[in-house]
Design a binder for this molecule. Structure first.
Ligand code: C2E
Ligand code: MG
Ligand code: MG
Length: 356
């Protein structure tokens, strides 16, 4: 709403877009426009090629008046034209650097996911312990060994993967890798391990998810109960029949479903009552605060009681101290996952821990 496209003069146009969520939307749109503009146009029997350049100014960073913004965007556009830059230019140097880094990471991630990508993407496994200190399951956590930037945690590339649509391919890679790993472990005598996999919401809208799960579990001789899919509250909140149906069918097949970071989203308790869940993971922030006072402890107690009465297994995330461990155990939590017991570790290290 409120979008205006105007001819500014000569071969210059201005597109004004109020209400954008940030610079990344702007650069994404600008790139699509450049790509379309640079495709040859056909007029009669003539093929016409245009060279286009786009400069972007963002309010309020680059100005808060019409004249400041038009000035900033024309400086950026001139810069793009003079340097024959194929990419859109931001007025602010900071945004330019940021946009370029993201662009580069997006390309690199595409590469890492392709056949030539080699083994840049890695899964680490963080065990979940019961009260006897036995490993019950583990969560697969993605890492990216970037050729020049070093080992990147998921926070540095998952959001990018979500925005660029790479998240589906990435998730498929994780599912396949976990299943292959489970088969290797099983061949090495480590049976009945359950691995939790984080999925993003687009997966549950993807009709290919269940066939993929069926295919890879069958191909690797894996019991569906060895795979637990973690979803977040926001996905569950999307009041969509499609998502709900997908979850129901996945669950009927025997795969486990868990709700991750519980308590941080806008949880609708109504959803909890009819979703086919097996596990509830209490978000780290609750565990970290629970010893601060009786109210904080009461919240954790309440969540555990709710989960238990729904027949769910409860995992405490982010247990870092012995005091927290005793407290969650005292409240009746089933499993603990946190730095106190183990950090996420490479597959080989996890296998050694399992054997002990
Ligand atoms: P998450 O699913 O809630 O995973 C738990 C995160 O908490 C992990 O961070 C883990 O290293 C960290 N953690 C575990 N115990 C402790 C503790 O005692 N203290 C503290 N401070 N942190 C602890 P990590 O590996 O950086 O992952 C961050 C998030 O990235 C994950 O949160 C998950 O949402 C996402 N993620 C990771 N792997 C994948 C993946 O394969 N696919 C998708 N879509 N998301 C992933
Ligand atoms: Mg998780
Ligand atoms: Mg979590």
């Amino acid at each position: 709403a409120g979008t205006v496209l105007a001819r500014w003069g000569g071969d210059e146009f201005i597109l004004m877009m109020p209400g954008q969520s940030g610079p990344h939307d702007a650069i994404r749109l600008a790139r699509v426009m450049l790509e379309k503009l640079r495709r040859p146009f056909r007029i009669g029997e003539h093929e016409i090629k245009l060279d286009a350049h786009i400069g972007v100014a963002i309010s309020p960073i680059d100005g808060s008046t019409a004249s400041a913004l038009t000035h900033a965007s024309s400086v950026a556009t001139n810069h793009a034209r003079n340097t024959r830059m194929a990419e859109p230019q931001f007025y602010s140097a900071e945004l330019n650097a940021d946009a370029r880094l993201r662009l580069r990471l997006e390309r690199d991630l595409r590469q890492a996911l392709s056949a030539e990508g080699g083994d840049e993407l890695i899964l680490h496994y963080q065990p979940q312990f019961d009260h006897h200190g036995r490993i019950h399951a583990a969560e697969a956590l993605l890492r990216w060994q970037h050729p020049t930037l070093g080992l990147l945690p998921p926070g540095q590339f998952i959001p990018l993967a979500e925005e660029s649509g790479l998240i589906i391919v990435l998730g498929i890679w994780v599912i396949r890798t976990v299943c292959r790993q489970l088969r290797q472990w099983s061949e090495a005598g480590l049976q009945n391990v359950t691995i939790a996999i984080n999925l993003a919401s687009p997966h549950f809208l993807d009709p290919g998810l269940l066939p993929l799960l069926d295919e890879v579990t069958q191909a690797n001789g894996i019991d569906p109960r060895q795979i637990e899919l973690e979803l977040t509250e926001s996905m569950v909140m999307e009041d969509s029949d499609l998502v709900r149906n997908t979850l129901a069918r996945i669950h009927e097949r025997g795969f486990l479903l868990s709700i991750d970071d519980f308590g941080t989203g806008f949880s609708s308790l109504r959803h909890l009552s009819f979703l086919p869940l097996d596990t509830l993971k209490i978000d780290r922030s609750f565990i970290q605060n629970m010893l601060e006072g009786p109210r904080q402890a009461a919240v954790v107690r309440g969540i555990i009681a709710l989960a238990k009465s729904l027949g769910l297994r409860v995992v405490a995330e982010g247990v870092e101290t012995q005091e927290q461990a005793s407290a969650v155990r005292h409240e009746g939590c089933d499993l603990m996952q946190g730095f106190l017991h183990a950090r996420p570790m490479p597959a080989e290290t996890f296998a050694l821990r399992l054997k002990d």
